[in-house]
Design a protein around this ligand. Structure first.
Ligand code: HEC
Ligand code: HEC
Ligand code: HEC
Ligand code: HEC
Ligand code: HEC
Ligand code: HEC
Ligand code: HEC
Length: 490
């Protein structure tokens, strides 16, 4: 048999490669082709074998045995979201997951538009390999790519709708006030004006409100040890702002980061109570359901606010000792009646009844919570709702504005919150000093205002100062002054 391959080596200095006789067949090209084909076939076979033995079947089986599930056949589920038209197989394993919200139904959005990931993979690691932000696509490191896509929550001419840009500049993300306060108190900067944020931010708008700052630099995480900056870095990395989750989460502090820190509710004990079999329901550290909401309960805000006090010596948090012990389930330790007051009410602080009865978002609006798109260096510059916003004063009524358009923000907010029946075009609603409409408080008679609780749906009458027996001096409108006569004593 003549060996084709050796001919090419004629005239070459190098000795022709000497192949053992039994390997001579390798010199035939068609043998190579056959071999390659065989390897390919084997690989395809392996993939098929692999896929048909993947745990996806186990997840459906596990879902099916849950007491409150409608059993599903053990077969691949393809979801073809109407917005993309491209099939996604995520729900094969994530069977039983809830639509994330009425505004983002899975039928229209699917999963990949938010989470990223490999839509056609049935292998967990491959499916997850290209996900954005790990578990949380709204983490601020990726929120611009996921939530902030144009026509979602970014890219609008109307700045109000660019929620991601707003939140990135908000104080809850920059922590500018906290950083400036501590650095100034310890002499690390000689002016109380904020210079730093957790990340650098710029306000490029031409019209800036008088108290807003043009920019903040990124707070250094590599400060020399022993300095106040080094101490504070470790505290800030522990997660008291929107950029991170708490580093040592415990009962009362379980929460996510980014938009999810407010809009994706975690129970105080951090336990998942939904039906997706892949999400463990026996370990803390998960949201209570796969759900985004604007009906944000007070407890969610409290997972950052009100859980602890800054210890300025150790730069650590002193947990509140008056709360029931850090154990689960909380419900057995804290009766539902009175729980609201106990949880909200710090022994060191004063509150009026409405402050603990209503939820935080009933008073603190979208512009306060998510920012107004400008950068502030102090809570007192950003926070502007006052007691008089709702109650008026001895001589003034609350400010009001008419709803003119069925699609204006206040109407959309009422719908998103699940209370479309509360507002209609022509209604008069209370308005803040910065012109934001409080969609949840409308006038029903010349001296009568009613408010719907955004979380519980309960309806309240808002009592007015004007015409009441209130003995305030009328000039002072800060809450600590009102508290001198109106605080709730526990
Ligand atoms: C083969 C089954 C399977 C497929 C397919 C699958 N997942 Fe998962 N997924 C899981 C399991 C199991 C977990 C629980 C965490 C773990 O075991 O890694 C999980 C966890 C997750 C998490 C939480 C991650 C975390 O770090 O907590 C997200 C988000 C997620 N999956 C999204 C997706 C998306 C989006 C797709 C489609 C692109 C998808 N999954 C496809 C099985 C799957
Ligand atoms: C509108 C955006 C959005 C869509 C659409 C969406 N998710 Fe999520 N999902 C989120 C957010 C935000 C979280 C963050 C939860 C957190 O950080 O605790 C999340 C969390 C998860 C988790 C982890 C839950 C946990 O506690 O471990 C899984 C699993 C998951 N999503 C799967 C899916 C699947 C499957 C789909 C499609 C049916 C989907 N998601 C659609 C936004 C979305
Ligand atoms: C991730 C932690 C976190 C969560 C969750 C959180 N906050 Fe904050 N909040 C902060 C930080 C940090 C600041 C700014 C502190 C500073 O720099 O002085 C802040 C400041 C504020 C301020 C004063 C400044 C302003 O922008 O008006 C209000 C009001 C406020 N938060 C309300 C809320 C409400 C209401 C919720 C729930 C819907 C909430 N917060 C949830 C961390 C959080
Ligand atoms: C600190 C808490 C907090 C964070 C963080 C937060 N939101 Fe909000 N969000 C609110 C509050 C409060 C409202 C107002 C709810 C209402 O009045 O009905 C709101 C309302 C909304 C609305 C309804 C429309 C509107 O403008 O009021 C959207 C959409 C929204 N948020 C998106 C986001 C996105 C996207 C992110 C992340 C980039 C985010 N939110 C982060 C608290 C928060
Ligand atoms: C009944 C309305 C109301 C409710 C409910 C309410 N607040 Fe406030 N909050 C106010 C008012 C008004 C102020 C301004 C105080 C002043 O004028 O002196 C304020 C001030 C604040 C401030 C800034 C003050 C500072 O410097 O620390 C934060 C932060 C805050 N509230 C967070 C919350 C959180 C978190 C919740 C829910 C647990 C909540 N509030 C519930 C009305 C309310
Ligand atoms: C967003 C609107 C809103 C804001 C802001 C607000 N309240 Fe109220 N307030 C209410 C509502 C609603 C009630 C009625 C509660 C009820 O009937 O149980 C109420 C009731 C009251 C009452 C009568 C109940 C009582 O305590 O006997 C007083 C006094 C009062 N508020 C003081 C304050 C003070 C002080 C502040 C500022 C810290 C404040 N309110 C901020 C909505 C508000
Ligand atoms: C010096 C004590 C005092 C101070 C300070 C004070 N109030 Fe009053 N307020 C009263 C008294 C007394 C009444 C009448 C109570 C009654 O009729 O039962 C009252 C009534 C009210 C009512 C009507 C309650 C109802 O149920 O009809 C509201 C609202 C109210 N005050 C709000 C405020 C606010 C907001 C502040 C701070 C700007 C404030 N008050 C400061 C003493 C005070």
């Amino acid at each position: 048999m003549k060996m084709q391959g050796t001919e090419g080596n004629k005239g070459n200095d190098r000795k022709p490669t000497e192949f053992p006789h039994f390997l001579h067949f390798l010199y035939f090209r068609w043998t190579w082709i056959l071999l390659a084909a065989l390897v390919l076939l084997l690989a395809i076979g392996a993939v098929f074998w692999n896929e048909s033995h993947q745990p996806w079947q186990t997840w459906i089986a596990r879902y099916d045995v849950q007491p409150n599930s409608t059993p599903m056949p053990i077969q691949i589920q393809a979801l073809v979201p109407t917005q993309t038209g491209k099939p996604e197989l995520c729900v094969t394993c994530h069977v039983g997951i809830k639509d994330i919200s009425a505004s983002h139904p899975a039928q229209a959005f699917g999963c990949v538009v938010c989470h990223g990931g490999e839509p056609l993979a049935l292998d967990k690691d491959r499916a997850h390999s290209t996900m954005r932000g790990g578990r949380n696509p709204s983490d601020l490191s990726v929120a611009t790519q996921s939530c902030g896509q144009s026509n979602c929550h970014g890219g609008y001419a109307d700045e109000e709708q660019n929620h991601v840009d707003r939140v990135l500049k908000s104080m809850q993300a920059t922590y500018a006030g906290g950083i400036a306060h501590v650095r100034f108190s310890f002499g690390a900067q000689n002016s109380p004006i904020a210079q730093f944020g957790i990340r650098a931010v710029n306000d490029t708008s031409n019209l800036r409100p008088p108290k807003a700052l043009p920019s903040l630099s990124m707070y250094s995480t590599s400060a020399p040890t022993g300095t106040i900056d080094a101490k504070m870095s470790s505290c800030l990395n522990g997660g008291c702002h929107l950029w991170t989750k708490p580093s040592q989460p415990q009962v009362y502090t379980y929460r996510s980061s980014g938009c999810a820190a407010c809009h994706y509710v975690y129970a105080d004990d951090g336990v998942y109570r939904g039906n997706d079999p892949t999400i463990p329901n026996n370990e803390p550290g998960h949201g209570v359901a796969h759900q985004l909401t604007t009906a944000i309960p007070f407890s969610q805000c409290d997972h950052c606010h009100n859980r602890s006090n800054y210890n300025l010596k150790s730069m650590a948090f002193d947990w509140r000792e008056d709360l029931p012990p850090m154990a689960r389930p909380l419900s057995s330790l804290m009766p539902p009646e009175g729980r609201r007051l106990i949880e909200y009410y710090q022994p060191i602080a004063d509150f009026t009844k409405c402050e603990y009865e209503l939820n935080c978002v009933d008073c603190h609006t979208a512009q306060e919570a998510m920012g107004d798109g400008h950068i502030y260096g102090s809570k007192k510059d950003a926070q502007h709702i006052q007691c008089q916003t709702c109650h008026g004063t001895l001589t003034t009524m609350p400010k009001i504005t008419s709803i003119v358009d069925a699609n204006e923000l206040a109407m959309r907010q009422a719908r998103i919150n699940g209370h479309p029946e509360f507002l209609k075009v022509g209604d008069q609603v209370i308005t803040t000093e910065r012109g934001e409409l409080l969609w949840s408080i409308k006038q029903t008679a010349p001296n009568k205002f009613v408010q719907v609780d955004k979380v519980t749906g309960q309806i309240y009458n808002v009592p007015l100062v004007k015409g009441s027996g209130c003995t305030q001096d009328g000039k002072t409108q800060t809450s600590d002054y009102c508290h001198t006569c109106h605080s709730v004593v526990r």
